[in-house]
Design a protein around this ligand. Structure first.
Ligand code: URA
Length: 235
């Protein structure tokens, strides 16, 4: 993310933008050791100095909750040219990346940030962050299938950790329920349900830790409040 030098100097609290422009014009500002001119830009990777003293360019951190639509990939580049989740947050001028993954066909709560430590913290298995999915499966969820989901299902990468199954309701030959897990294996919910004989026909993540997707429309996002960010960092 590049910014004009006067903005960087002002954001560091050293001067107003107007004053900083004057400093640049007066030749007091350098980028990576080379004297800057008005209009020059720099990023957090550059060394900006005023009178030889380093300016602290901390990049502003963004924490965004997106309601991901089906049909978007959570990678940053897609060789097949499919839409990517960051297309939906283009108005935010930062290098955002998703915290964890959701499948192409999964919708719902996805966090995006440019704070690598935050993303790493939330995704770390040690913190066992709870994720709740609203699942629709083909077939009826009987007591024995439910108990298997709750107690652990044997998948090709091992037994799943205990989970919660709640709010079960059946419509015709489909069943809807909420499944809460705290692991983050690839396609975990789909594989767990498949393993108990219930193919997933719709999957939406509705909660991550203390965050709820609420009534945020599909494809829209909101910024997390400072309190929400602090709570997630404390996990
Ligand atoms: N489990 C899945 O199977 N898919 C997702 O996208 C998320 C969790």
């Amino acid at each position: 993310m590049t910014e004009r030098l006067q903005k960087i100097i002002a954001a560091a609290g050293l001067a107003s933008r107007r004053e900083a422009e004057k400093w640049i014009a007066d030749g007091r500002v350098a980028v990576n050791g080379r004297k800057a001119v008005l209009g020059d830009v720099a990023s957090a990777q550059d060394v900006v100095t005023v009178d030889g003293r380093k300016v602290d360019i901390a990049e502003r951190k963004f924490y965004i909750l997106l309601n991901k639509p089906v049909g978007y990939v959570t990678t940053l580049h897609d060789p097949q040219g499919r839409p990517i989740v960051t297309d939906l947050v283009k108005a935010v001028r930062a290098r955002l990346f998703p915290v964890g993954r959701l499948d192409l066909n999964t919708e719902g709560l996805l966090l995006l940030t440019n704070d690598g430590d935050f993303a790493h913290h939330l995704a770390h298995p040690r913190h066992a962050v709870e994720k709740t999915y609203l699942v629709r499966v083909r077939g009826l969820l009987g007591e024995s299938a439910k108990q298997r989901l709750v107690q652990g299902v044997s998948l090709d990468d091992g037994l799943t950790a205990p989970a919660r199954v709640e709010k079960i309701r059946s419509t015709g030959n489909h069943t809807w329920f909420e499944l809460t897990i705290h692991e983050g294996r690839n396609r975990q919910v789909r594989r767990m349900c498949e393993a108990v004989g219930l193919p997933v026909s719709r999957l939406k993540r509705i909660r991550v830790a203390s965050l709820d997707v609420g009534d945020l429309p599909v494809g829209k996002y909101r910024f997390l409040s400072p309190g929400e960010v602090a709570r997630l960092k404390r996990l």
